[in-house]
Design a protein around this ligand. Structure first.
Ligand code: MG
Ligand code: ZN
Length: 372
């Protein structure tokens, strides 16, 4: 009897010990080689939900198994703007609204693309806004105010970015200082194209690659932007991954936010669906690769958007909510303070579950990749 108890203790102990060491080895081999961070500017849960009601195909958002929530307040305000929000993601610090790559005390904070330089990790930035707009800027620039676009463009030239795509030629070649930063980029190994995205085969041999489409922002997807965001995401991944190097890629669906500011459901939803296509491109690569961590989140929600029942009038002239027909309704023309969902896929994805601060996204990326 006693022996039996002893034997079962031994068995339990071995079983647990084996299980623990198995878990440990899983953790050690579970280090992502690449990270793709997709930011839907102004995308709260109702914006994400709209893909499930208005996209003709199954949303790529539904491919994630690990979901968390972030608190997005900036260092001084309950409601963040995109500059403080993106600086939290890029550098892991909470700062004041309007700040790009600087802390609350105005000192420069290093972004992920500056921290990974020594490890020969490639980095890329993609947006549908101007590439010097607050969200992409926070990943390579340092400015006390997000409106210092020409200074931010100069920071891009001096940055470690290997691939970029977005709008904003005027901040490079129509500057107050008369410099032509497109020439400077070319002299620093960049192949710059302002006409169209290339196929990967056409650009494979270049060491750095930059696309600038239009003087300022790119057009909304409803006004002819086409499948740019999805295609740029695919090209960026292939370009950064071409020598089998590790890479960090940030992709922004910039204009979901602008649909929210305009209280324009059609604008918002078409941009959200376009962003979901880019998520699909990232996930397709990550599924095949097996070593890529994909994170999808937002800096904040915009518009106080919700999917409400359509108001109708019945035969008796009384208004009622028709629960069989939804419509987008807004409560503000600005941002809101609602918690924001985080979706993660790939090695390390589990660590993005839970409720935490927006600045912890940076810390989790650095911990999971061991880039720091
Ligand atoms: Mg933005
Ligand atoms: Zn906004």
């Amino acid at each position: 009897m006693k022996l039996n108890i002893l034997a079962s203790y031994c068995f339990c102990f071995c079983f647990l010990a084996c299980d623990i060491s198995k878990e440990k080895s899983d953790i050690l081999t579970n280090t992502p080689k690449n990270v793709i961070l997709l930011i839907g500017d102004g995308t709260g849960l109702s914006q994400v939900s709209s893909a499930f009601y208005f996209k003709d195909t199954i949303p790529n958002y539904s491919r994630f198994k690990h979901v968390g929530l972030i608190k997005t307040s900036s260092s001084r305000q309950d409601i963040t703007d995109s500059a403080a929000g993106a600086t939290a993601f890029a550098s892991g610090v909470k700062t004041y609204n309007g700040a790009v790559g600087v802390a609350d005390d105005s000192t420069h904070v290093k972004s992920i693309t500056e921290l990974i330089i020594n490890d020969k990790i490639q980095s890329g930035i993609i947006s549908t806004s101007s590439i010097v707009h607050a969200t992409p800027a926070s990943f390579y620039a340092h400015a006390l105010s997000r409106s210092l676009y020409e200074d931010i463009a100069a920071d891009l030239v001096d940055s470690n970015i290997d691939f970029f795509a977005g709008g904003g030629t005027q901040f490079f070649n129509e500057r107050k200082d008369n410099l032509n930063l497109l020439d400077t980029l070319a002299s620093r190994k960049f192949k710059i194209d302002t006409t169209k995205l290339n196929s990967f085969l056409e650009v494979k041999s270049f060491s750095k690659l930059g696309y600038l489409f239009g003087k300022n922002h790119m057009p909304p997807v409803a006004n002819g932007r086409g499948d740019y965001l999805q295609k740029a995401t695919q090209l960026g991944i292939n370009f950064l991954n071409k020598d089998n190097s590790s890479f960090f890629l940030m992709v922004e669906g910039s204009q979901i936010d602008w649909g929210g500011h305009n209280n324009d459901s059609d604008y918002l939803i078409s941009e959200l669906i376009d962003f979901d296509d880019a998520i699909g491109a990232a996930l397709d690569f990550a599924e095949k690769d097996g070593n890529t961590l994909v994170i999808v989140t937002a800096d904040h929600e915009t518009g106080g958007f919700t999917l409400a029942a359509t108001k109708k009038i019945n035969d008796a002239g009384k208004s009622y909510n028709d629960y069989s027909e939804i419509m987008g309704v807004f409560s503000t023309g600005g941002h809101s303070a609602t918690l924001i969902p985080v979706f993660a896929f790939g090695p390390g994805a589990e660590s993005f579950s839970g409720i935490y601060e927006n600045s912890e996204i940076f810390q989790k990326i650095m911990e999971q990749t061991q880039w720091k």
